[in-house]
Design a protein around this ligand. Sequence first.
Ligand code: E4P
Length: 217
Amino acid sequence: MQLFLDTTDVAVLKDLAATGLVDGVTTNPSLIAKSGRNMLEVIAEICDLVEGPVSAEVAATAADQMLAEGRKLAGIATNVVVKVPLTREGLMATREFAHEGIQTNVTLCFSAAQAMLAAKAGATYISPFIGRLDDHGADGMDLITEIRAIYDNYDFDTEILAASVRSPAHVTAAALAGADCCTIPPATFLDLFKHPLTDRGLEAFLKDWAGTGQSIL
Ligand code: E4P
């Protein structure tokens, strides 16, 4: 399971990348807006910090404009993945990007039919939005299961990137459902390390150790 960080916060990314557990980064226009920074600059900085895939989303809605934007974004660094919305125009652009050898992350996927089309268009990654489906009254994880089955039935090599993740439970459920990667907000990423029994157990071990008066070094 590859773990990506869903952020444009370079300081936070630097801190978490130091764990060696961050395989890539995803961004979107809302996260860019939240950063208050120039998109091209922030994507370049993120690409310097992370060797793995860094998704940068186009803002155009027409295929030819998406292609122009995507080619520019892909020129920033070799690990840029062009993020394209799951629309008819988006999939036309995805198909062309595939021919040009430009990696894509097809985003805003809410149905298995959409995911099938994205795979046929040659998407590198498909991003089903788990949390937003849950918010909408559906079970987002069912979508991951359906896409996994379809991709396996037809040997599609598009990778399933579980997105709109809100909790560690989402991450483990996505892993169990066979997602290839999961993009996680920083706060949730930090929560993955935690368990109250770990804290309680460590506290007891440290207390007992101190009582021995020993030192390992
Ligand atoms: C990542 O690729 C998505 O843009 C992101 O996970 C969306 O998350 P949200 O539904 O919490 O905005």
